[in-house]
Design a protein around this ligand. Sequence first.
Ligand code: ADE
Ligand code: ZN
Length: 338
Amino acid sequence: MAANLQQLVAGAPKAELHMHIEGSLEPELMFELAAKNAVSIPYPTVDAVRAAYQFSDLQSFLDIYYAGAAVLLHEEDFYAMTRAYLERAHADNVVHTEIFFDPQTHTARGVPFQVVVEGITRALAEAQRRYGMGYRLILCFLRHLSEADAFATLEQAVPHLGLIHGVGLDSSERGHPPSKFERVFARARELGLRVVAHAGEEGPPAYIYEALDLLKVERIDHGVRALEDAALVARLAASRMPLTVCPLSNVKLCVFPRLAEHNLRRLLAAGLCATVNSDDPAYFGGYINENFRQTAAALDLTRDELYRLLKNGFEAAFLTDAERAQHYAALDGYWQSL
Ligand code: ADE
Ligand code: ZN
């Protein structure tokens, strides 16, 4: 990719819609919190932690990711982690972010739900004041746990619904189809929450159909395996159903062997509302601009394709019409000026 195109994308205002806040916990902060909270981690140094980030599939990553989250105990820990992500996102010109959090990872260790939500939200509200960055907070249910556990988590969220905008579904995909959570998602929709789900990352196109038809999601997280099913692609394109794609994640978790073989360009060519996101940037080697930079280079994306990816981010975001119009205008103003 030409250096000027790379700079153009790096400087563009952007929305990030698929980022697990626990996946932004960098090893340096993990060590700091481990020492402060007297939690032991099974690596002697920050470099040893980073060296362990070699994954063969989603589960091999999740095992390490959940172990890392054990250092988070207090409100200020969740605040510090979120603040660090938001500073990096701001440096990448993210102007609107919709972040996931996994409360069950923390409540299972005895950390109160309220501590998690308040620490994360304090940092989000601060970034809004300091940088004008918009945000939404999305509670993800861990799909390897039971429906009853998800219901209990949703009930814990009820007193905090002013701070939580939506629900999602993450963790081990294979063997845990969206249908397992049909009733939980129905209840979430009744509560007025927006709904998304990871589907078609490792799981088959059938899981994407279930997310659409049973959970009634408004976005599919990942969804890259949709291309295996032409009828599904036609449906996703006709409805402008967004896919929040995470290219570096997909390579790290061996969904694609190399970035050059990623199907992002084909998703766009099929008329899909694909977006670029970082998923778990502390584990996968880069924040959103690095995802754009490496993917654009590997796939030789054109200026027009990059513009569409950026614009899709705002199209797919949970914004009001007025907010969306403002973001489109800012993006277009920036893009045309350079
Ligand atoms: N939790 C954090 N990152 C995830 C991913 N890429 N897929 C499923 N669950 C996750
Ligand atoms: Zn994810």
